[in-house]
Design a protein around this ligand. Sequence first.
Ligand code: BDP
Length: 751
Amino acid sequence: MNLLLIHFAMRASAWSDVSAALRRDSLADDRPNLLRVGCAKPSRRKAAPTIAGIVCGLLLLVWPVALHAEDGYRLWLRYERIGDEKLLAAYLPALGQIVLSTPAGTDSATLAAARTELAAGLDGMLGLKAVVIVVAGAPASAVGEEGYSLQTTPRDGRRTIVISASRDIGVLYGAFALLRLIQTGEPVDKLNLTSVPKIQRRMLDHWDNLNGFIERGYAGFSLWQWFQLPEYRDPRYRDYARAMASIGLNGTVLTNVNANALVLTPAYLEKVAALAEEFRPYGIRVYLTARFSAPIEIGGLKTADPLDPAVAAWWRKKADEIYSYVPDFGGFVVKANSEGQPGPHEYGRTHAEGANMLADALEPHGGILMWRAFVYAADNETDRVNQAYKQFTVLDGQFRDNVVVQIKNGPLDFMPREPFHPLFGAMPHTRLALELQITQEYLGLSVHLAYLGPLWQEVLDSDTFAQGPGSTVARVIDGRLYERDLSVIAGVANTGSDRNWTGHPLAQANWYTFGRLAWDNTLSAEVVAREWTQMTFGRAPATVATVAKILLGSRETVVNYSMPLGLHHIMAEGHHYGPGPWVHHERPDWSSSYYHQADEIGLGANRGAKGSNATGTYAKELAARWDDIETCPENLLLWFHHVPWDHRMKSGRILWDELCLRYQQGVDEVRTIQRDWDSLAGKIDAERYAHVQALLRRQESDACDWREACLLYFQTFAKRPLPAGVEAPAHDLAYYEAVKLRYVPGHPGDY
Ligand code: BDP
């Protein structure tokens, strides 16, 4: 046991002190590990020094950094020593020296970051004290503002890798790319590649409140220590920035979309400026959420009417002030007239009028405005999934050039599966951004494993047919379809103050994958899942194959045991964890029956041409396919159709039986994941192994609850027995309906 731990500790020590954070956190790590190596067990008696104690003490002196456990802090930037001698022998000569080439050729904080990272990575993985030099080179052709090229070439008689870019940040991205190649065991002796991000603004949106609470955050509290800022800068900010830059993310929205105007006051802007300074070397700009009513709340005005000149002047002054603190401030994100947030409708103005007024304030400074299209209202007769379409399509072409309308991937709200949002195919004259949710609000928080790469790929690959076949969501949002100069993708963060950043150890893969897909939306989830696994758990082929398999199937598994066949919004109220098909709210659109519409005849929402006509918000090619119950894909069937219980499915079974078996399949799949994970015993570190194993046990039990609660509930309408192959429920329906979870993380109501 001791030997094992020391072995892990030695491996962990390969991650050199890239930043002060690591030194601080290595100290924080000491205690649990001391306990685990058995040399400092707390004892109630006053302990006399023992031989074992002295040996342990000496060990600790010799390996001070060796106390890092595999607690996940290092994310995918672990830089473990490569054990494979052949690989080492191949790498070492190729890395004789590394040249960082930019037109300016002078060192900068960004190039220093690149050098530090390369030194840490190459020392850690190869034991190589890298020679890294900065030179002035011709601008790398065709790599744009942020791209890079990597070339292996002889220089001064030495094998050299040249990382060149037009700007320093490209070099930093190139350095991370080189390290990634080595981490994933790729050859670097004949490099000749370029990489350019497909989307310009690649943003992580934090739903963090100023009091440290994260709305829908399941990994602890906010990383931003507002109270201690600006004086104290947690070294963790630097590690956050490293992680972001390593996957190519270049923007961070610091605050919740349910915004607090206080962040726009000088006392907070000073703090924002400190964070911006920490992030700047890593190419990350900060953005804030702007509360539409801020002129009233912090400006002393009587109105926030966007067409009132005093309001517009107030925002202009506010923008000037923000830029005086943060010269490269990115811009605002706004949630308006949605879920109680203030907005232009209060004054009879449109979303475009509201957005343009704010955009005009940012424009002189080059800022952009992201106006969210997540809007729906209680008193609206229109089907909730059609409301944003109705409100926004009429405004197409009315938004300023620095406005981007930010649209969630689906028309409802980050469900385990939805069709893509129809607005992506319906606003040809507006810049559109895609908003994804990395945090797993509807997919088991950070308790369940749900690798979201396949979900996002499904959205990106969806064809809107807006300009004929091939008009995918990916091409709409990266600007290719309409030749746009401004493109944005945003992911709602799953990060927090938990030691491992994301709560579930495997949820790190979602942060990683979001960044990689934001950089290159043509990458496949499978490739990225394997890459992440190699970087996070090592390159042993069997381990990589097992972890990648587990990851890739996990989202569909969650769909199966929670909301199969196009079911949606049947989760528990408020915190959204666990089943709640019976949830009844005075607002119909917050009641589950609004969505599943179960009755004696069948199940599912009626959204075809004869229903709410959600199908009519899509291109005719899709509308025709989805309108017809026979051609509608089964994974969206209950989204678009109210389907009779005895409707024949493709399997030959009737809907009721199919539904039951899907729920069962979801449970079975979790058990398969458990078995696959168990097979990794001894092949990966004990700490992350045990953590995931424990969470999977919880997931299996939750999956059973989902199955039983939903089937018992729907059975009251279907009035049919559970088919063979479905396990008998452990409890009756009343039991599940009575479950009341308290203090579920991330739920604003419980805080
Ligand atoms: C919903 C969340 C809520 C967010 C809202 C939004 O439940 O906490 O404020 O989305 O995106 O999914 O504005």
